[in-house]
Ligand binder design. Structure first.
Ligand SMILES: C[S@@+](CC[C@H](N)C(=O)[O-])C[C@H]1O[C@@H](n2cnc3c(N)ncnc32)[C@H](O)[C@@H]1O
Length: 196
C-alpha cells in the first residue's frame, strides 16, 4: 500500500492506517531542527512521514506487534533516523522533544464491551473515551521542550472541548487545526503549544 509516497504494509493485531492517520500526516507542524516523539506509532506511517521532515524521530507503542510492524515499514522505506521504543505512554521515555504526536485511542468503550488484548488498545478509550487522552495530557508537558508542541487526534465522541480546556488549564494554547466529518462523528486534530 502507499500513501503520499510512503510504502507500507498493514499487520495483524495492528491498527490499519485510516482517515485519522492521514489527517495527522497531512497536517504535521515540523521544523527541520525539531526532535519528534510519536506515541502509539502502529504501522509506523506517521513517524516515517515525520522522519522526512526532521533529523530524528522516536516512535513508541504499547503493542509489541505494532513495533515489529513499524520496524518492517521503516526498513521498507530505508529510514535510518527513527528509534523504536516499547512504552506505555512516557514510561520508557527520558528525553524532551520539540513535538509530540499521538493519534489516540479515542472511542468510548463500555466495561462489558472491553476486550483485554493488544489490538483493542488502538481504539479503547475507556467508558468516557478519554482515559488514555487524559493520562497523556497529564504526563506530556514533562517530555516537552520550552515552546514545544503537541498534535493529538481524537473524535467528537471523546469531547474535543474538554481536551482544549485541559491544555489551557496547564499552560498551553490549544486549537482545532483539522476536522473531518465521518459517519456519526468528527475526527479532530488538536494542536497545542506550550506558552508558560
Ligand atoms: C488509533 S491507533 C494509531 C496508530 C498509528 N499512529 C496511526 O495513526 O495509524 C493508536 C495507537 O496507540 C497505541 N497505544 C494505545 N495506548 C497506548 C499507550 N498507553 N502507550 C503507547 N501506545 C498506546 C495503540 O497500540 C495503537 O497503535
Amino acid at each position: 500500500m502507499k500513501y503520499n509516497g510512503i510504502e507500507y504494509n498493514e499487520c495483524k493485531e495492528v491498527y490499519p492506517p485510516a482517515e485519522d492517520t492521514f489527517m495527522l500526516m497531512d497536517n504535521l507542524v515540523i521544523k527541520e531542527t525539531d526532535s519528534v516523539l510519536e506515541i502509539g506509532t502502529g504501522t509506523g506511517l506517521v513517524s516515517i512521514c515525520a522522519s522526512a521532515q526532521c533529523e530524528k524521530v522516536t516512535a513508541t507503542d504499547i503493542n509489541p506487534h505494532a513495533l515489529k510492524c513499524a520496524e518492517a515499514n521503516i526498513k521498507l522505506n530505508s529510514r535510518s533516523n527513527i528509534a523504536l521504543i516499547k512504552s506505555d505512554l512516557f514510561e520508557n521515555i527520558e528525553d524532551r522533544y520539540d513535538l509530540i504526536l499521538f493519534n489516540t485511542p479515542y472511542l468510548p468503550v463500555m466495561e462489558e464491551e472491553h476486550v483485554d488484548d493488544e489490538y483493542s488498545k488502538a481504539w479503547d478509550g475507556g467508558e468516557s473515551g478519554r482515559e488514555v487522552i487524559d493520562r497523556f495530557i497529564e504526563q506530556a508537558p514533562e517530555y516537552l521542550k520550552k515552546d514545544g508542541k503537541i498534535q493529538l487526534v481524537q473524535s467528537s465522541f471523546s469531547d474535543n472541548e474538554k481536551t482544549i480546556e485541559y491544555f489551557q488549564k496547564i499552560g498551553f494554547k490549544a486549537e482545532i487545526t483539522a476536522n473531518e466529518h465521518m459517519f456519526f462523528e468528527d475526527i479532530t486534530l488538536i494542536t497545542a503549544k506550550k506558552i508558560r
